[in-house]
Structure formats: C-alpha cells, structure tokens
Write a protein that binds this ligand. Structure first.
Ligand code: UTP
Length: 297
C-alpha cells in the first residue's frame, strides 16, 4: 500500500459569508494577499509537494477560480504583443497548463459542508492517500506545509494526518480539536477529534488547520457521514471515525498560519508579506507600522 500522496483536493465551493460583501461576486479563494490570490499560494504549495493531480471542488458561480488557476493563452499573447513578456512569462509559470498539468474541476452543487465537498472529488482521485488543502488557511514558511506533512506521512504509519497548532482556550470553539494521547516528534497522537467544541468541552487546545493527508478510506466514511456541527457534513467527524483503526496524528508544521477567511487574519498575512516587499516596506515604515518581527523578516 503506497504512502505517497499523489492527489490534492482543493474545496473552493463555500459561500465565504465571513468576508461579505467582498465575496458577493468574488470567490473568497481569489482574494489577494498583496497581489497574489489565496488559491495561487495553495496551488504553489501543492506543486512544491510534488502533487500529480489537483482537484478543485467548486461551484458554477465561482468559475473565476478556474480562469485564474489555468493558463490563459489569449492573455499571454496579448501581453507579449504589448512588450510585457516578463509578466506573461510569470503568469504562465504560475498557471496550470491543460496539456502538461493534471487539473480537474468538479462541482459541489450546494455547500453542504467540507466533508461533502471532499466526497465530491471521490471519483477523480489517484491511488493512495489524498491531501486536502483549504486555500483560506495561508501557511507561510521556509518549507511548504504540505511538503513537510507528506514527508512525515511517508515515513510513518498513521492513516489520517492533520495539520495542528495550539490555540488559546477562548478560540477552540472555532476549530476541530484533537483528543490527544501522546507525542512523537512533530506528531501529536490522538484518538479522536471534535468539531467546534465549547471551551469547557474541548479535549485539548490542539486545533486543526487547513491541511490534511487522509487515508483513501475517508471516502467510504464520508458516504455514510451524517450532518454534524452547523448541520453540515463535517470532514472532522469522518476523520474521527477512522481514528482508532487507522491512527490519527496532528502534525506541528514549522510555518506560520494565517486565517485568511477572516478580516483580521487577512490583515496579518498582508502585513507579513508587505514587510518583505520593498515598495510596501516603505509604506509600513512611513506609517510606523513595523514591528520587530516584521523588520527581522
Ligand atoms: P470555510 O468554512 O472556511 O469557508 O471552508 P466558507 O463556508 O466558504 O466561509 P464562511 O465560513 O461562510 O465565511 C473552508 C474551505 O472549504 C470550502 C470553502 O470554499 C473554503 O475554501 N467549502 C466549505 C466547500 O468547498 N464547500 C462547503 O460546503 C464548505
């Protein structure tokens, strides 16, 4: 049985209600941090991890995601004709090519939850475990989070590996939370997880963020998964059901995670990247917005 991760699923069919009105006509996954849309960071991370097939679970009202992700030959030609070959080349490099790359777009007709979105990709995955990347969780670091996780997954025995980080007690109700049993290097061992628990019911403060490597049996679990928190089919619940038989681990990634599904998280990510951009750095300096950590970056 291979432990090599060949497929990444990008669930991008949600309503993005926390970011309205910005997401009324623009998909949340296309909101930019500086000049780069969230979905681009996610695609870059999957590429770095050597993913062979990318499956985008989207909605017909969010066609613009496909337009962004795929190469646009007409735009490339137009830019070149106007003497902007460097921009054309950068765009082409970032985009997925219909001939060379294996990208698929499937529809989730209604936003019935993250678990349901992942299930929509079932018929398109390659053999072996699958990765799930939530583009609104931006993770910045020296090494991509998915690369780190894929290496840990390949050399271990755990069936479901989820990215986790410790959060303050008053924030656990926003996350899936691990029921921790022990620790092995960067991996927190767990025997279950709960979606959005109240602080007093939370089994730990190890919160799940948007990167997963899941045993292929997750699809069977999702087929029979009943709606959970918020009336949605929760990926967390299906993962928890396999915890005992397959093993469940929380992976403590080395990068910094930004919740770009919220205004505050988006602002933090923007400030972080602005401090690394010479033009923006001047603005931050002029406004006295540089913290020590940003200067160091
Ligand atoms: P979120 O819960 O953060 O996204 O799901 P949302 O529901 O769009 O946003 P809010 O909470 O209303 O503001 C994380 C990812 O899962 C996708 C979203 O598009 C997002 O990329 N998702 C969520 C789906 O594809 N389908 C769903 O039914 C739910």
């Amino acid at each position: 049985m291979t432990r090599h991760v060949r497929t990444a699923i990008f669930p991008v069919a949600g309503l993005g209600t926390r970011f309205l009105p910005a997401t009324k006509a623009t998909p949340k996954e296309l909101l930019p941090v500086l000049d780069t849309p969230l979905i681009q960071y996610a695609v870059d991370e999957a590429r770095e991890a050597g993913i062979e097939r990318m499956i985008f679970v989207s909605h017909p009202s969010k066609k613009a995601i496909e337009r962004h992700v795929m190469e646009d030959a007409r735009l490339t030609r137009e830019l070149k004709a106007r003497g902007k070959a460097d921009i054309a080349e950068a765009l082409s490099d970032a985009a997925l090519c219909p001939v060379e790359d294996d990208a698929r777009f499937v529809v989730q007709p209604e936003p019935k939850g993250l678990g349901h979105a992942v299930l929509c990709a079932k018929d398109h995955v390659l053999d072996g475990p699958v990765a799930v990347i939530l583009p609104d969780d931006l993770i910045l670091g020296q090494v991509g989070c998915l690369s780190e996780m894929a290496a840990a997954y390949a050399s271990g025995e755990i069936g479901h590996l989820v990215a986790t980080m410790e959060v303050p007690e008053d924030r656990v109700h926003k996350y899936g939370v691990l029921s921790v049993t022990g620790k092995d290097g960067a991996i927190i061992k767990a025997d279950g997880m709960v979606e959005k628990p109240k602080a007093q019911d939370a089994p730990s403060r190890q919160a799940v963020v948007g990167r997963y490597i899941l045993d292929a049996s997750i699809f069977d679990a999702l087929e029979t998964q009943k709606p959970g928190a918020g009336g949605e089919i929760q990926l967390t619940d299906a993962i928890a059901r396999g915890a005992t038989d397959l093993g469940l681990g929380g992976f403590q990634f080395s990068g910094t995670r930004f919740d770009c599904g919220s205004k505050a998280g988006m602002l933090e990510a923007t400030l972080e990247l602005a401090a690394q951009d010479p033009e923006c750095l001047e603005v931050l300096r002029a406004r006295g917005l540089l913290q020590t950590r940003l200067v160091a970056a």
